[in-house]
Design a protein around this ligand. Structure first.
Ligand code: G3H
Ligand code: 13P
Ligand code: NA
Ligand code: ZN
Length: 307
């Protein structure tokens, strides 16, 4: 059943984080729903602009609606990931989304406020909640690349002002993570000091952590042993998910790790069966492995067993 993002956040705040998983196709949807049911966890499906363009946004919506029918016990929200203003309006008007993210974090503060506030006003008129972003993560997302030196952590006082001026329902904060498989060069750690300060200023207010994949090194090793050449990868320490959740991080975004599962499964499959060309056998393995991965993440996030 599709529920509001607000409902999920209300139940989770301060206790656990809801996993927000990106999907692009039917195999990911099947794995996600199976893993969520197996671990008895509520979850958020998020759809990026790129996912809406891959096949077709109507196809993706149909897949998600069907998955909801196939798994009637699933409790989930549907969220637009990293929207621009126009895409937010499309999703708000579609009647399908529980929440949208307006990402104007690359604009100057006042412009970010202005754009985010417009989206909040349109969304709230339809009972849809809005995630906005303040601060800049490093790494690559969609067509935007932020060089390491230009990534900026969220300023807690600015975060408070931003939320007050925009009325956004949750805030994506930059606390040291980045999108993709290469998150840290030296020390691997979140900036808990920033979270503590924000929680002190805005107790009860839900925060979002982007770039939360853990980039399992055994997964990367298996990919490389099967012909991949991924070097220098590093992700978030999974033992930091729950401490972050206790400090108000209520939504934890994971996409890259799922791509690694896909890549490992398919590289190993075709390495071991070089004469095979039916995509369904590896697809089946992927669905099972992705379900296992989702269940394992929900346990780490504390969302497992919360249904
Ligand atoms: O923020 C990035 C998410 O992982 C979505 O990635 O824009 O390539 O679909 P994407
Ligand atoms: P990862 O690249 O760490 O999976 O982050 C995903 C994300 O933040 C989607 O918005
Ligand atoms: Na951003
Ligand atoms: Zn993101």
């Amino acid at each position: 059943m599709i529920v509001t993002t607000a409902q999920l956040f209300k139940h989770a705040y301060g206790k656990y984080a809801v996993g927000a998983y990106n999907i692009n196709n039917a195999e990911q949807a099947m794995g996600l729903f199976r893993g969520a049911i197996e671990s008895q966890a509520p979850f958020i499906i998020q759809i990026s602009k790129g996912a809406r363009a891959y096949t077709d946004k109507r196809m993706l919506e149909a897949i998600i609606r069907s998955a909801g029918d196939i798994f009637p016990e699933a409790i989930f929200a549907v969220h637009l990931d990293h929207g621009d203003e126009q895409t937010c309006y499309e999703c708000i008007d579609s009647g399908f989304f529980s929440s949208v993210m307006i990402d104007a974090s690359h604009d100057p503060f006042d412009k970010n406020v202005e754009i985010s506030k417009r989206v909040v006003d349109r969304a709230h008129a339809k009972g849809i909640s809005v995630e906005a972003e303040l601060g800049m993560l490093g790494g690559v997302e969609e067509d935007i690349k932020v060089e390491d030196g230009h990534a900026t952590l969220t300023n807690p006082a600015e975060a408070q002002e931003f939320v007050k001026r925009t009325g956004c329902d949750s805030l994506a904060c930059a606390i040291g993570t980045s999108h993709g498989a290469f998150k840290f060069k030296g020390k691997q750690s979140l900036h808990f000091d920033v979270l503590e300060k924000i929680k002190h200023l805005m107790p009860g207010y839900p925060l979002v952590m982007h770039g939360s994949s853990s980039v399992p090194q055994d997964e990367v090793a298996r990919i490389n042993a099967a012909g991949g050449t991924i070097a220098g990868s590093m992700g978030v320490d999974v033992n930091e998910y729950l401490p972050a959740a206790k400090l108000g991080v209520t939504k934890i975004n994971i996409d890259t790790d799922g791509r690694l599962v896909w890549t490992r499964v398919h590289r190993e499959f075709f390495r071991d069966k070089p004469s095979e060309f039916d995509f369904r056998p590896p697809g089946k393995i992927f669905i099972a492995e992705y379900a296992k991965f989702i269940a394992s993440r929900n346990k780490l996030l504390g969302s497992a067993g919360q249904l």
